[in-house]
Write a protein that binds this ligand. Structure first.
Ligand SMILES: NC(=O)CC[C@H](N)C(=O)O
Length: 497
């Protein structure tokens, strides 16, 4: 079979990434040569491909669902917001500009061609490409310049399914309204719907689906049940904030991750979810650090401004007191930079010389050039493969004694590294956690035989199962191969007359 499909959504966080990953996994299991694609992604979770290109983390995970190596073509445009107004624009894996929304408009026409070419290359290489939209296709103010939703679907003649999140409520209005707000040509590509995050009684939903069909002439291809505890690296930070706090148990290792305003690559923490007996909480206040065995300051897209927030919230002082008391703290990339003595930044914040928290003997200097790398090293006697994404270059001050830790250092109970993904390495993670537990005085021993790769594969399989069990897969295959049904009715938007 050969073809493609675009998975759009009524809102951000409707579940497009998860559905795309699920369809990819299900197709790959059928022996189909399939690849994921997202023309334009806005995310602070990114990944470095084998050839050193930066792409959205979700596309890397979807590639894993397909059983293939991620490439820059799978996410040709990545926007990384550094403030409410400005984003770094990454094109085919390289940061090319830092722009506001108006300036970005000027790039768009060029980027549509880039995205369409990437998709064409993927379609030449793979039999099926499952494309993920961005936000909602019914952002009518942005339709003219769109490259990720209907603009892409038109350019590449893609059939489209729209995913709606029933847990938010208003799912019928948003599905109907999404179609009705589009012009006739766009409507002709919208084949039907998927309902996501359903946890009610199917018999109560059924009449609504019939009515939706009557109103739109379009099928609902499936109703996906709510899946608890899917802590997936395909999620964005919106989903992160909806995560309920887990209870601490007496023997659990308690990890508090500082929820920085511009948190990036929080998927680093994901590997901890594979360890039984670890409870991870994202925290915003100093008080919440108190009972944690390990505090992690994760990556940040805006190190200096997030460091300002860390000081304002009192978290800085709490972390300094912890370190003085010999309690564990780990800084990763932006978090590591914050733990340094000084930061020189004329690039990201343009704030010049800033004092860090001074918990590690290190100095940070921001450079215009972005480091994108896939380093391999050793720690605790185990091999560690990781990835790096940063402008700030940290130099460890050898005049002050500290111990090496990955590419960074350890001083007392404070560890710092620029490396993302290190915790995915099983033997290293377990040795590090055992050290943390011993330092914190917590009777926690990592369970033997845990494999993050297997844990991740099992989760991707669960998504494949979700599609297999709850979606009319025959109809999806038909869409992929033959495009949208030809007789789809036009919904007159109505409007005031
Ligand atoms: N990945 C990160 O945490 C990046 C840290 C910082 N924003 C830099 O670019 O250096």
């Amino acid at each position: 079979m050969k073809g493609a499909l675009l998975v759009a959504g009524t809102t951000s966080d409707a579940g497009k990434s998860v559905v795309t990953a699920g369809i990819c996994r299900w197709l790959a299991r059928q022996g189909v040569r399939v690849a994921p694609f997202k023309a334009q992604n806005m995310s602070l979770n990114s990944f470095v491909t084998a050839d050193g290109a930066e792409i959205g983390r979700a596309q890397a995970t979807q590639a894993a669902a397909c059983g293939i190596e991620p490439t820059a073509d799978m996410n040709p445009v990545l926007l990384k917001p550094g403030s409410d107004r400005r984003s770094q624009v990454v094109v085919l894996g390289r940061a090319i500009a830092d722009v506001d929304a108006m300036e970005y408009g000027a790039f768009k026409a060029r980027l549509r061609a880039v995205a369409v070419e990437s998709l064409e290359r993927l379609r030449a290489e793979y039999d099926v490409v499952i494309c993920e939209g961005a936000g909602s296709p019914a952002e009518i103010n942005l339709r003219a310049g769109d490259i990720a939703n209907m603009g892409l679907a038109q350019a590449a003649r893609l059939p489209v399914i729209v995913v709606g999140d029933i847990d938010r409520g208003g799912v019928f209005a948003s599905l109907y309204g999404t179609v009705a707000l589009l012009d006739a040509a766009d409507q002709a590509l919208i084949a039907g719907f998927l309902i996501n995050k359903f946890r009610g009684a199917p018999e109560l939903l059924a009449p609504g689906l019939d009515m939706l069909h009557g109103l739109t002439g379009r099928e609902t291809y499936g109703v996906l049940p709510w899946l608890d505890g899917l802590w997936l690296d395909v999620e964005d930070s919106l989903a992160l904030d909806n995560r309920p706090a887990q209870p601490y148990r007496p023997h659990s290792l308690r990890v508090a991750v500082v929820r920085l305003p511009r948190i990036s690559n929080f998927t680093d923490i994901d590997a901890l979810a594979s360890e039984p007996g670890i409870v991870v909480r994202f925290v915003r206040s100093a008080a919440e650090l108190e009972d944690a065995d390990l505090v992690i300051i994760p990556g940040s897209r805006a190190t200096v401004s997030d460091l300002g927030w860390v000081r304002e919230t009192g978290i800085a002082q709490a972390v300094q007191e912890r370190a003085a008391a010999g309690r564990p703290v780990l800084g990763i990339c932006g978090g590591y930079q914050m733990l340094a003595r000084t930061i020189h930044d004329d690039i990201e914040s343009r704030k010049g010389h800033i004092d860090g928290l001074g918990l590690l003997p290190a100095t940070v200097r921001f450079t215009a050039e972005k480091t994108l790398a896939r380093p391999v090293g050793t720690a605790y006697g185990h091999r560690v493969a990781a990835y790096e994404i940063h402008h700030g270059v940290v130099t460890v001050d050898t005049a002050t004694p500290s111990r090496p830790f990955l590419d960074g250092c350890r001083s007392g109970s404070v560890w710092g590294t620029t490396w993302h993904g290190a915790l995915e390495n099983d033997a290293f993670r377990q040795a590090f956690l055992a050290d943390v537990a011993a330092t914190a005085g917590r009777p926690f021993t990592p369970a033997p035989g845990i494999s993050f790769a297997e844990f991740r594969a099992a989760r991707l399989d669960a998504l494949g199962d979700l599609i297999e069990q709850h979606v009319d897969t025959g109809a999806i295959l038909d869409l992929i191969e033959n495009g949208p049904p030809r007789d789809l009715p036009l919904i007159h938007p109505g409007g005031a007359r």
